[in-house]
Design a binder for this molecule. Structure first.
Ligand SMILES: [Zn+2]
Length: 407
C-alpha cells in the first residue's frame, strides 16, 4: 500500500513539474510563484514545494525581487535557467546532414552541418558520419556543463511510429529499420518526417522559451508547408502535430492541382510539388534541368532572376503561386484551419508573396466571409526541422522532469 501511494505521489509531482515548466516556456515574461499558481491551477503550497526543486537543479532561476505594491510582499520573477539542459537534434536531408544541441532557453549550444548532395548515398555511411558529428556535439555540450536529455531525428521521407523509414525518394532510400543504426539506438532517438519536425519548431514555447507574443499562439492550429526538392507538409492542431493514423498526414505536396497535369513520382498527375517544389520551379524557370536542378546554387539563381523580373521566371513563380493557392484552399476547406506557414524555398520569396497568396486564397475558402485566412513565411532560419528535432529531444525532459531533476 505504501509503495503504491509513493509512486502516485511521484507521478503527480512529475506531472505538476511538467505543467509548471510548460507554462513558463509559453509565457513571454518571467512569472512569479503566485502568477504560476494562478495560471496552472496549482495551490501556492504546491508551488512552494515544486519551485525549490527546479531552482536547486538549476533549471529555473530566481530573478531580482520586485515589490508588487506598497503593501504587497515582494514577488520574485522566475526564469528558465540556460546552460543546464539541452536537447540534441539530428537531421538527414537532401542537401546534407547535421546535428545541433539546443538549450531550453532557445539558444543553440553547438551546431555541425555537412553540406553535400545526398542523392543515392549509402545510409550506412551517412548514419555512421552522423554518429561522429553527434558525439562531437555531445562532448562539447557536456564540457559546457549541459545535461543532454533526449534526441530527435528529422528525415526527408515517410517515417512510421515504430521507427521505420518506408521511403525517402530524394535520397534513394527505402525500407530502413532505423534502430539498426547505432546512433539511433544509442541516443534512443525519436524519429519523424522533416516537415513534422519543422512544424513543431513553429509552435511558440513547444520546448524552448517563447520569445515574443507576436504571431502564433502556443495552442494555434496551422498547416505547415515544407518546400525542399519536393513539398512536404504537416498539420498542427492546438499546438500539436496531427500526424494521422500512420504518421503520414499533411502531405500537401501531393494534392493534385491539375487533373491532366505533369506526372508526379508518387503516381498521380498534377501534384502541387510538380509546380511549386524547388526542382519543378527551377526547371520551369529554365535555370537548370535534371540532376543539375537539384543543386542548392540553382536556388540562388532562381531568386536572382525572379528579383530581376526575368520573364520566364516570373511566369513560373506565378503558376507556382496559383498552384499553392489552389492546394491550400483544398487543405483549408478539408481541415478547417485558417493559418498557413510556408517554409524552405518559399521563405526566400518573402512577405510580399505570402500576402499575395493570402489575398488570392481568401475568396476560395468556404465560409470566406466568416474566416480570415493567414499566410506567413516561417521565421525560423534555414534549418527548422533540425531545430524541431532538438525540441523533440527537449520534450523528453519536459514530459518527465523528475527523472532528470533526481539524477
Ligand atoms: Zn505526387
Amino acid at each position: 500500500m505504501a509503495a503504491l501511494r509513493s509512486i502516485n505521489q511521484d507521478d503527480l509531482r512529475n506531472h505538476n513539474l511538467s505543467v509548471v515548466l510548460d507554462t513558463m516556456l509559453r509565457s513571454t515574461a518571467p512569472m512569479s510563484r503566485a502568477e504560476l499558481a494562478k495560471a496552472t491551477g496549482l495551490t501556492k503550497a504546491t508551488m512552494s514545494l515544486l519551485v525549490p526543486m527546479l531552482v536547486s537543479s538549476d533549471v529555473v532561476r530566481e530573478g531580482k525581487p520586485a515589490p508588487m505594491s506598497a503593501y504587497g510582499r515582494p514577488s520574485t520573477p522566475l526564469v528558465i535557467g540556460g546552460g543546464r539542459i539541452c536537447g540534441l537534434g539530428l537531421q538527414i536531408n537532401t542537401d546534407g546532414y547535421g546535428v545541433t544541441a539546443l538549450d531550453l532557453d532557445g539558444r543553440t549550444v553547438v551546431e555541425r552541418w555537412v553540406a553535400q548532395p545526398m542523392g543515392n548515398t549509402d545510409p550506412e555511411d551517412i548514419f555512421t558520419e552522423l554518429d561522429v558529428l553527434a558525439r562531437e556535439c555531445e562532448a562539447f555540450a557536456s564540457e559546457q556543463g549541459y545535461h543532454i536529455v533526449g534526441a530527435g531525428l528529422a528525415l526527408p521521407g515517410l517515417v512510421t511510429a515504430d521507427k521505420r523509414l518506408l521511403t525517402a525518394r530524394n535520397l534513394g532510400w527505402e525500407q530502413l529499420e532505423l534502430d539498426e543504426f547505432p546512433v539511433v539506438s544509442r541516443l534512443e532517438v525519436r524519429a519523424d518526417n522533416e516537415a513534422n519536425m519543422a512544424a513543431l519548431a513553429q509552435v511558440p514555447g513547444y520546448a524552448t522559451q517563447r520569445k515574443s507574443d507576436e504571431g502564433l499562439n502556443p495552442v494555434d492550429s496551422f498547416i505547415y508547408v515544407s518546400t525542399d526538392i519536393g513539398i512536404g507538409g504537416a498539420v498542427v492542431r492546438d499546438g500539436k502535430v496531427d500526424s494521422g493514423m500512420h504518421g503520414f498526414a499533411g502531405e500537401v505536396g501531393h494534392i493534385s492541382v491539375a487533373l491532366d497535369g505533369k506526372p508526379c513520382r508518387c503516381g498521380r498527375k498534377g501534384c502541387l510539388e510538380m509546380y511549386a517544389g524547388r526542382k519543378a520551379l527551377i526547371e520551369a524557370a529554365g535555370v537548370d534541368s535534371g540532376d543539375q536542378a537539384l543543386r542548392i546554387e540553382a536556388v540562388d539563381e532562381l531568386i536572382r532572376r525572379w528579383k530581376a523580373r526575368e520573364q520566364r521566371t516570373v511566369q513560373a513563380v506565378d503558376i507556382a503561386v496559383d498552384s499553392m493557392v489552389s492546394a491550400m484552399a483544398s487543405a483549408i476547406n478539408i481541415l478547417d484551419v485558417d493559418t498557413v506557414i510556408l517554409g524552405g524555398l518559399w521563405q526566400r520569396f518573402g512577405t510580399g508573396v505570402a500576402n499575395m497568396i493570402e489575398q488570392r486564397l481568401q475568396p476560395q475558402i468556404l465560409g470566406s466571409s466568416a474566416i480570415a485566412v493567414r499566410v506567413r513565411m516561417s521565421n525560423i532560419g534555414t534549418r527548422a526541422a533540425l531545430n524541431g528535432a532538438a525540441q523533440v529531444g527537449l520534450r523528453c525532459f519536459l514530459d518527465d522532469p523528475l527523472e532528470f531533476i533526481n539524477s
